[in-house]
Design a protein around this ligand. Structure first.
Ligand code: CAA
Length: 303
């Protein structure tokens, strides 16, 4: 049965904190069957355990009937190849913030799914136009009817972490994105219970063109010894009413993701004001990636 957004099922690529969150709101709020793909079985197991925990919490709180939670959980099916996604109406890619990885995935998705299927990316900063161009198959011209059709179904659908809690989705059309694609993506985000803003396809869009320099500047304050970690975070929490300080937020997003976004801003604008902090680079060199692997600006012993 087609749902309000017109999608009978969707595919989610990546079962990390973003992908899992997107699968969760799709199954629970938009009530759409989800095929979840991740190349790591460990990541899938971790993701599903988190989904069970979130559903359980919502049932205990009375936010969800247990029968509804059971139905939502049953809407999520794990698949082990992209070929298994061939019949979905839309895919949402939420893998690492790496252009080459995304290009390889979009090329394969375009070759596997029919031209009617929408291919959304949850990229935080990478050009949607560039990702859309990677759907062109070898020898296919961007000016041909097939070339235009394949790229026109790609759209940026940027969720925020934690996805079940944050109310926003930022919609980003690439140069090639069709108005039908935008409309379906918007309806889907609304069905997930989100409010939608639209930004142009510039490095970082609106959200990360504002947030990442702020986080980067906080890291530079720490690097220069202007204040301690705790005082930097306290300043923003108590002085500006932010729910968490910028260093804690960086840990929460993932320091590798923060660095990748800051590098996209720096390279994409050639503006020195976006230079990533050396301390951020060194922390990623050290594999201190934040909350997800136990060490960032803070320690997370249970990660
Ligand atoms: N997944 C799902 N739900 C979560 C969660 C998670 N990882 N972490 C917390 N929650 C839920 C809790 O279960 C709780 O739900 P209920 O109200 O239903 O019980 C609710 O969030 C509040 O949690 P807590 O009471 O434990 O903690 P809190 O009040 O400090 O809120 C927070 C936690 C919502 C994360 C809050 O600190 C916050 O809003 N922080 C800022 C988050 C933010 O800025 N996110 C955007 C990051 S940028 C991004 O994602 C995009 C990008 O491109 C980089």
């Amino acid at each position: 049965m087609a749902l309000a957004h017109g999608l009978k099922s969707i595919g989610v690529l990546g079962a990390g904190q973003m992908g899992l969150g997107i699968a969760f709101v799709s199954a629970v709020r938009a009530k759409v069957p989800v095929l979840l793909y991740d190349k790591s079985k460990d990541q899938v197991a971790k993701g599903l355990a988190l989904m069970d925990k979130l559903l359980d919490k919502d049932v205990k709180k009375g936010a969800l009937q247990s029968a509804d939670a059971k139905e939502a959980r049953e809407r999520v099916t794990v698949v082990d190849s992209l070929t298994a996604l061939r019949d979905v109406g839309m895919t949402v890619e939420a893998v690492s913030e790496n252009l080459q990885l995304k290009q390889a995935i979009f090329s394969e998705l375009a070759a596997t799914l029919p031209p009617s299927a929408i291919l959304a990316t949850n990229t935080s900063s990478i050009s949607v136009t560039k990702i859309a161009a990677s759907t062109l198959q070898p020898g296919q011209s961007a000016a041909s009817e097939e070339g235009k059709a394949t790229a026109s179904r790609v759209v940026g659908l940027h969720f925020f972490n934690p996805v079940p809690v944050m109310k926003l989705v930022e919609l980003i059309p690439g140069l090639q994105t069709s108005s039908e694609t935008l409309q379906t993506a918007r309806s889907f985000a609304l069905a997930c219970g989100k409010e939608v803003t639209m930004s142009k396809d510039v490095p970082g869009f609106v959200s990360n063109a504002l947030l990442m320099p702020f986080i980067n500047e906080a890291i530079m304050c720490l690097e220069k010894g202007i204040a301690t970690r705790d005082d930097i975070d306290k300043t923003l929490k108590l002085g500006m009413n932010h729910p968490m300080g910028p260093l804690q937020l960086a840990d929460f997003i993932g320091l590798d993701t923060c660095l990748a976004i800051q590098q996209t801003l720096y390279q994409g604008t050639a503006d020195s004001k976006y230079r990533p902090s050396v301390l951020l680079e060194r922390m990623v060199d050290a594999q201190w990636l934040g909350k997800k692997n136990g060490k960032g600006f803070y320690d997370y012993p249970s990660a």
